[in-house]
Design a binder for this molecule. Sequence first.
Ligand code: NDP
Length: 330
Amino acid sequence: WKKTMKVAVTGAAGQISNHLLFMLASGEVFGRDQPVSLQLLGSERSREALEGVAMELEDSLYPLLREVKLGIDPLKVFEDADWALLIGAKPRGPGMERKDLLDINGQIFQEQARALNEVASRDCKMLVVGNPCNTNALIGLHNAPDLPRRNWHALTRLDENRAKCQLALKAGKFYTSVTNMCVWGNHSTTQVPDFINAKIGGKRAGNVIRDSKWLKEEFTPKVANRGGALIKKWGRSSAASTAVSIADHLRSLYVPTAPGDCFSTAIYTEGNPYGLDEDLIFSMPCRSNGDGNYEVIQDFAIDDWLREKLAETEQELQKERDCVGHLIPG
Ligand code: NDP
């Protein structure tokens, strides 16, 4: 047996976790030969609910699940964590400005990052899901100076999955035929689903869907506004598909990326090959050799249209960073 993988999860009594925890425990994410321990962070608010979650996990008799640890103190819950899945965050309420949300959630991520810096495994990897996820991850990175900066991720895989779905539907092909699909930038409406480099059945998407007006004017808003459209129908935000995308994200790091393919993850831009501001968490095309790490793909074609869109999402992230300057040391 492999060494147990210790996975800390925040917001563990929330909607997304309610789907995700069972996928983690079953072995479908880290592998059928990888024992896992789940270290769940809750709050006074969620204490009872969290105990309920743990009971359901225990009753599922997952052979790979070695331990379920619960707590409300990040310094205890994050101890020796190999992964921290940071899902818990205050949702945006009616009339709340983005700036207020950035501030409230930024404080949560500052505190959790400091705790990770103290007690997590020295190679702990972090995936921020709680919104605004890119900037929360940037705050985290700067408040955990002893952890590798490249280990911070923010989730844009749901956006990638949504983009693949829309291209496949438009082309009348199955989802798996869409490859090399990167969603660049912020997990927000300025995100950039890249149909320039995407392929359908191995051909450039623009040569399969010969409708540049649709690609430029309809595809992007369809993908970027999918979350809002779902809330209107369902009455709550996407939970199951988000959990699936978190599982996809993690699996992409432990299974070698197929030649000519990529996955999207928002990572630190330091030293990036695309001339982007070097102090942002920005989604870029990556590949992995399956060891849990990634490299940024260097040779994506950037035309004028894409360059302009990348600049817009970059500016939005710079503005978000300006709003949380007080949470970033030095
Ligand atoms: P839920 O509302 O179900 O759960 C959120 C959890 O956050 C709660 O269980 C709560 O846990 C915790 N929380 C922390 N601070 C607060 C606070 N001040 N007020 C209320 N709750 C708080 O949310 P979801 O699981 O549906 O979503 C979690 C996050 O993921 C959200 O920020 C959402 O916007 C984001 N998201 C990101 C996506 C992406 O693609 N990046 C996609 C979909 C959602 P506790 O009481 O234990 O602290």
